[in-house]
Design a protein around this ligand. Structure first.
Ligand SMILES: [Zn+2]
Length: 277
């Protein structure tokens, strides 16, 4: 068991998530009980003691949602560069690659779900908090263009702290670039289903995460633009109970359904069949 950092309290849901698979047991951040990683894995990465949802890596997420051995990855070779000369960005990218064992913050490709062909992307919270830079934006845009050409539905799993500040305006531009690709996909009558996971915030929430034809979320996922601490300080008032939690966002009409992790693949399969795929 890795003891380093065990008692550190994470400031954000996307911090201190990288050690899960390196240890045999972890302390659940919700119930504070030690739980074996093998049990968590078997239970779809949900704490068997209290039902807390652990972060799931993008690649694992795709495996959990798609048919066995059906996933074919696209654009894996695309990697970010320090286009603005932002101090320390190269080091951050190297650390993110090591921590996530991925080359960027999103994985895209084609797969099948219950035998239906789909395009799928999954963001990775272990890669610089799932932030969106030029490569994340380009990979998702290309996936939508590929899906539009072939009339394929797109399934998107989001987790993100928002735009990647080290890429400044270039990162913000990805919001409109992806949104335009989603619109072209939509204009052809194609289906786009989003699964919001904890947390989906910032520029990702304010663009393609909210543009699905059907918007699903994991129980308890935080969904919103600015963080609650920022809003409380700006407005100088206490926010209501459950603010930005998926259950509250569902009541407000921004989410169509909250789907437990163990049921997500079957749920997507049903939605695809309902739409004639
Ligand atoms: Zn727990």
């Amino acid at each position: 068991m890795e003891l380093k950092g065990l008692f550190l309290k994470a400031n954000n849901e996307l911090e201190n998530t990288g050690n899960l698979l390196k240890s045999r047991r972890v302390i659940c951040r919700k119930c504070a009980k030690p739980v074996s990683v093998a049990r968590i894995r078997k239970n779809s990465f949900i704490c068997p003691e209290c039902g807390h949802y652990f972060q799931v890596r993008a690649r694992r997420r795709i495996l959990m949602l798609t048919d066995k051995r059906s996933f074919m990855e696209m654009d894996r070779e695309m990697e970010s560069r320090n286009i603005l000369g932002f101090p320390g960005y190269e080091e951050k990218l190297s650390a993110a690659k090591e921590k996530s064992r991925e080359t960027e913050g999103v994985i895209c490709g084609e797969a099948s779900i219950g035998g239906s062909r789909v395009c799928i992307f999954a963001m990775d919270g272990n890669f610089m908090m799932g932030s969106m830079g030029a490569v994340v934006g380009e990979k998702i845009t290309r996936l939508f263009e590929y899906a539009t050409d072939r009339h394929l539905p797109v399934i998107g799993v989001t987790v993100s702290g928002g735009a990647r500040m080290q890429e400044g305006m270039v990162s913000l531009m990805q919001m409109s670039k992806i949104s335009a690709a989603v619109k072209r996909h939509d204009n052809q009558g194609n289906l786009y289903i989003v699964l919001l996971t904890n947390p989906t915030t910032g520029g990702v929430d304010a663009s393609f995460a909210m543009l699905g034809d059907i918007t699903l979320a994991e129980p308890g996922a935080r969904v919103g633009f600015a963080g609650p601490r920022v809003i409380e300080k700006t407005l100088n008032q206490k926010l209501p109970e459950g603010f930005q939690k998926a259950e509250r966002v569902l009541e407000c009409g921004f989410i169509d359904a909250i789907v437990p992790r163990q049921e997500q693949k079957e749920y997507l399969d049903r939605l695809l069949k309902l739409h004639g795929f």
